[in-house]
Design a binder for this molecule. Sequence first.
Ligand code: FES
Ligand SMILES: [Fe+2]
Length: 347
Amino acid sequence: MSPGKLAVIFGLGVAAGFIIKIGDPLDSWYPVWRETGLLARAVVCLIAGGSLFTLGWLHGFLFGPLELLRGPDDVGYIVENGRSKAQAANEVRRRRRTGDLPPVYPNGWYRVLDSRMLRRGEVRSVTVLGEQVAVFRGQDGEAYVVDAYCPHLGANLAVGGQVVGNCIECPFHGWQFRGTDGKCVKIPYAEKVPEFAKVRIWPSCELNGQVLVWFHCDGEDPQWLVPEQQEITTGEWVYRGRTEHFINAHIQEIPENAADIAHLGHLHTPAIVSGVDLRCTNSKTWEFLRHDWKVQWEPEAEPNKHCSQMLVKHALTVFGSTWHLLDVCVLARQIKHLLNCTSTQEN
Ligand code: FES
Ligand SMILES: [Fe+2]
């Protein structure tokens, strides 16, 4: 049960107890309650419940991780000609269809889940790189990633599947597949398990609070490993929340955009709506507000040639003078398709 609901129940209980108490003829408030009757008591209950619900919500808002989740149509679509943003998003998606070619993904490591989302003995259904996978955590604490669809008759292992030891058991006929190599180790109604009974496993690893899978277009094994980010391991950096955008773009375009430092000074210098609706980028209305960017980007040396670092310094000017309170200095480390950032405020 959520803390908000618990708070409401607690509040109503306290109010009810209070009202029962003042039902006592010896209580000094007794005449007031006798006059105002049931309605006033109901109002007290509602106010008590509502106040505690608000307090619970405020506590979550102020002290819980900030999770800002955005839908595919939240950013980047223009509402015009009576179309909704969702319709505009759908139209773009339709235009991007290019026939029967399979989607092409760059070789590398991809995040499938945050570690905290997968408890021991739990299984989750995840769509990654156009494929459906089942991610489960065995009783040994390891996270395993396998194709979602059972090689027997195609049930989705992640929907109703059970974790048994370090295997995933199919909800349909109960076949059990080992997380380490995908091999079927048990068929409940058969004495022998055929050698070929196997589900495809995805090379995976777990570090810095994320479960990652390796993808290679020719099915080759991992050719490099993701370096550990020490600040996360030691607890120097902690999770404070995220913004999540669903967008219609090829996956390669996002890391490329992160390395495209030239557009910052041009596209993101005008303030407020810049970058969301490009027609307003150079709006005269907001000319008094400007962002100033200084950016450096460079790849790291061996053995981390798949990583790069970007140093971004940002200042905001209002009517030509800099507001130092809003100076931001960010060092971002990009690991192929993963991104770790640290930021400091400079005065
Ligand atoms: S479909 Fe999975 S065991 Fe039959
Ligand atoms: Fe940008």
